[in-house]
Design a protein around this ligand. Structure first.
Ligand SMILES: [Zn+2]
Length: 170
């Protein structure tokens, strides 16, 4: 029987309800670009692109779902991955009618708080129907985020991460 996640916060003493959900408004590499590069590029709610000295860079927004043991809704991270130009064009072309059989290789492009460095982790992007953002599958490894993704996390660990992120102790 899956429950709804809620806990009394050790930091602020409030009750936080619902599974935690945190998102990033842009890929970290975008934020590192000078204004001129950003102005010539594009940052939307689902896609991002720019050109730097290394060439053209393409990103899409995706969802990382980390299961919480015994809880219905997963711990959600709204993050960005970089795609090849071919994958990016396919994603944009099929945006209104995604092929859920498509698989894109993506590099993880946000540094999540609390975890050791997550930039550059390998992911497989899975488009979803019904206007839902694609979800990602992390390549199995001994990185704590990959372990959490594949094995799920305890309610206690979810609470610990959420408190750290919400109250800036990450
Ligand atoms: Zn709190």
């Amino acid at each position: 029987m899956a429950a709804i996640f809620s806990f009394k916060c050790a930091s602020c003493d409030e009750i936080h309800e619902g599974s935690p959900s945190f998102s990033f408004r842009a890929p970290d590499p975008w934020l590192a670009q000078p204004e001129a590069v950003q102005e010539a590029g594009h940052l939307g709610s689902d896609v991002c692109r720019y050109e730097d000295e290394d060439g053209r860079q393409f990103f899409i927004r995706v969802v990382l779902e980390v299961p919480i043991h015994g809880v219905a809704d997963p711990f959600l991270w709204g993050v960005w991955v970089s795609l090849s130009e071919t994958s990016y064009e396919r994603y944009v072309d099929t945006y209104d009618a995604p092929d859920t059989g498509d698989r894109y290789f993506g590099w993880f492009c946000n540094a999540l708080p609390w975890y050791p460095d997550t930039l550059g982790m390998k992911t497989s992007v899975r488009p979803r129907a019904n206007k839902q953002r694609p979800y990602i599958v992390l390549e199995a490894s001994d990185h704590p985020l990959a372990v959490d993704f594949h094995q799920g996390i305890s309610v206690q660990r979810a609470q610990e991460i959420a408190e750290a992120v919400m109250h800036g102790e990450a």
